[in-house]
Design a protein around this ligand. Structure first.
Ligand SMILES: [Zn+2]
Ligand SMILES: [Zn+2]
Length: 146
């Protein structure tokens, strides 16, 4: 049980860290042409940038399949990545960007901090001057209430 929990948390943490790295150095770098579709108003429901979610989702599915026999660490890392993806979807796509209008602006302090930090990321539509690339791990200042 401890084993499962540990690797699930690890999968989650790897996603936040590698997500931050990929967002900062690759999406706002060589793959900006794909990611910029998320920084511009889009005409359709889907953005080319959604390919990244598809990629991360595929990695999670692959890990779960690889670890399915005996439920080894790969299965639990895959679960952690999936859990991250679901939470990311609800917070980033639904709560912040309102692609589906399920929630209003958050009142909860933690959610509001995450919300503000990601709005700060979108304060610019440029490749080079963006801030706050992680989703959950963001500077403390966004959590201070005003
Ligand atoms: Zn970005
Ligand atoms: Zn966004």
């Amino acid at each position: 049980m401890m084993y499962a929990l540990l690797f699930t948390i690890l999968g989650f943490a790897i996603m936040e860290f590698s997500g931050w790295f990929i967002h900062k150095y690759i999406m706002h770098g060589p793959l900006w042409n794909i990611h910029k579709t998320h920084h511009q108003p889009s005409k359709s429901f889907f953005e080319l940038n959604d390919l990244f979610s598809l990629l991360f989702g595929s990695i999670a599915v692959l890990m779960i399949f690889l670890g399915l026999e005996g439920l080894d660490y790969r299965f639990w890392i895959g679960m952690g990545i999936s859990f991250y993806g679901m939470l990311y979807f609800f917070i980033h796509d639904v709560l912040v960007h309102r692609r589906i209008k399920w929630f209003e602006r958050p009142k909860n302090k933690l959610l509001l901090g995450i919300f503000r930090a990601h709005q700060a990321h979108h304060a610019t539509n440029n490749k080079d001057d963006a801030v706050s690339f992680g989703l959950f791990v963001v500077p403390k200042k966004y959590f201070k209430s005003k």
